[in-house]
Design a binder for this molecule. Structure first.
Ligand code: FEO
Length: 167
């Protein structure tokens, strides 16, 4: 079992993961509209992955005898001026997720809730990966400065991403 306060924060994070998926779909729609189908694919897969993150919280809340509740999903940012702006936004979003997971981890540790600490460790590791992957794309896009050949190559590479099975 977890405290009501901890269960509420876990539930808020479940909703935030679903919201993240919605944000990435808005980014994917921009990329698809610009005919960067590889970038769009990468962002769609990212959105699908966020859904699996939300489901991990959903299952854990149930395992802890809590009740998952769905909240209002706000309209994401839909307008972008460039792929660089998209990935800068993605990186800053992932940094926000990391800070939320860290706060949750602190709370679980304060409550000596070992099951929640163990559950959240997966997300701590995942956030390191997600921030790094977004940072790499931002740096590549900055170096390319909009040159088409580089964008074309990166688009091809990002088009190969597929959804990994949930652990
Ligand atoms: Fe589930 Fe990208 O954080």
């Amino acid at each position: 079992m977890a405290s009501e306060k901890l269960l509420k924060e876990l539930n808020d994070q479940m909703n935030f993961e679903f919201l993240s998926g919605y944000y990435y779909m808005a980014m994917a729609a921009y990329a698809a509209n610009e005919d960067f189908n590889g970038f769009a694919n990468f962002l769609i897969v990212q959105g699908q992955e966020e859904y699996t993150h939300g489901m991990k919280f959903f299952d854990f809340i149930n395992d802890m005898d809590g009740r998952a509740t769905m909240q209002t999903i706000e309209e994401p940012k839909n307008e972008y001026g460039s792929l660089l702006e998209v990935f800068e936004e993605a990186l800053s979003h992932e940094k926000l997720v990391t800070s939320r997971i860290n706060k949750l981890m602190d709370m679980a540790k304060e409550e000596n809730n070992h099951a929640t600490v163990s559950f959240l460790q997966w997300f701590v590791d995942e956030q390191l990966e997600e921030e790094n992957s977004m940072k790499t794309i931002v740096n590549n896009l900055r170096r390319m400065e909009g040159h088409f050949q580089g964008l074309y190559m990166l688009d091809k590479e990002l088009g190969t991403r597929t959804l990994e099975p949930i652990e």
